[in-house]
Design a protein around this ligand. Sequence first.
Ligand code: CO
Length: 495
Amino acid sequence: MYQPALTSTSIGASDDFDKKDWASAYENVEQELSNVELKVSTGEIPKNLSGILYKNGPGKLERDGQWVHHPFDGDGMITAIRFDNGIVHLSNSFVKTKAWQEEEKAKKFIYRGVFGTQKAGGFFANAFDLRLKNIANTNVIKLGDELLALWEAASPYSLDPLTLETNGISNLNGVLKKDEPFSAHPRFDSGHHGVSRMVTFGVNAGPKSTIRLMEFALDGEKPGTLIKDRKDTFNGFAFLHDFVITPNWAIFLQNAIDFNPLPFITGQKGAAQCLSSKKNSKGKFLLIPRDSGKFAKEPPRIFEAPEGFVFHHLNAWEENSDVVVESIFYWDFPSIKPNEDFKEIDFNQIPEGILKRSRINLTSKKVSTKVLSKQCCEFGMVNPKCIGIEAKYAWMACTHKKIGNAPLQSIKKINLDSLEERIWNAGPKSFVSEPIMVPINSASEDDGWVLVLVWNGERLSSDLVILNANDLSEKAIIELPLAIPHGLHGNWVDN
Ligand code: CO
């Protein structure tokens, strides 16, 4: 076993973790490694894993004794773990954004963070400074020849996919206007319309919000070329972090959220801290027709969503006249208030993520919702070949306890039909991140590997754990020569 397993008697009981172990992951990344060969600690690397695991997440959390207010304000740091015939190499690099370079030089924070990090100097330094710091820390994808570090409120930063050298902001060969927002959550359509595509969006939010929906070619003659592009405007402020696709629809959940920018303008709060749940109000499902599908050029359709707040979706599919959407719901918008220390947060006071399935009937306009698991989870994914069609299995990070909120310490495989679950526990001093399911060529949907970066609170460093996707048994553990703070999203790129 990876670490002594938690006893089953502790399941659902009081907290099974020490918050200090969880918070020990939040330190600055002090090194940038280049192509370091890794040693396997336990097990062996599957020979059929051939490609690169890219992960992004906050790597710089403190400057000149000042901590970011929220880890989401930390500068993006990319880790690349390359697999080739059983041999593994690691490289990591900060995304050398304009703000990162300026702050490195100044040796202090000179930008405000969206999640509440303030510059030194109090009110007068922060009031009316509305510059956004593009920290490129949320996701990392490969599109054409470019490796892109994504942060949803601005354009992507382009890096060299092998050396991780930062090339600068990319406008994707003229697709994006200067500073145009570009989501950190593209969806990869593996061939709904004969060829594979990347479908993604950008939002201009305000009293009315406009969603730009884009589809890029992934293979064929010119990978990275924009092939579909449409814009739709909706009433109300749209906070849209993620979306899902089916062959015919791009599906968004517009949360019932108000944005009061005054405390941001006057320098008291970060922009994201000015979001609050709209009382007694439900969100909306926005279904935008994909221009590759059978409702091309038709206007969007709008349906009432269930109560709650959604960051991430799992998957969606079409079934007769239903569109089915699986999403992780919180009972309220989770945020860290101006006087709170993120390393001291009380998990019991933060809403937990609950996986639910909503069934939208396009004819009757009725929406019904079902809870799939009551255990707090985040970062779910299906086999990439099943994106947009009905999947039988999903993999996700979850808490060890069955009810209530806590840090993510386990990986779960769920059968989405029977709701049968299988769990792998990292152990009491270890904390998991987003699992990446890498399928192997097989007829079975759950054949493949699950790659997880784990914060090892014993070693104060990170481990890469490789699990069998079908039964979550441990295939290999690699102790990394790098301490990576709790991260955000990443992707697998096949060789
Ligand atoms: Co996300």
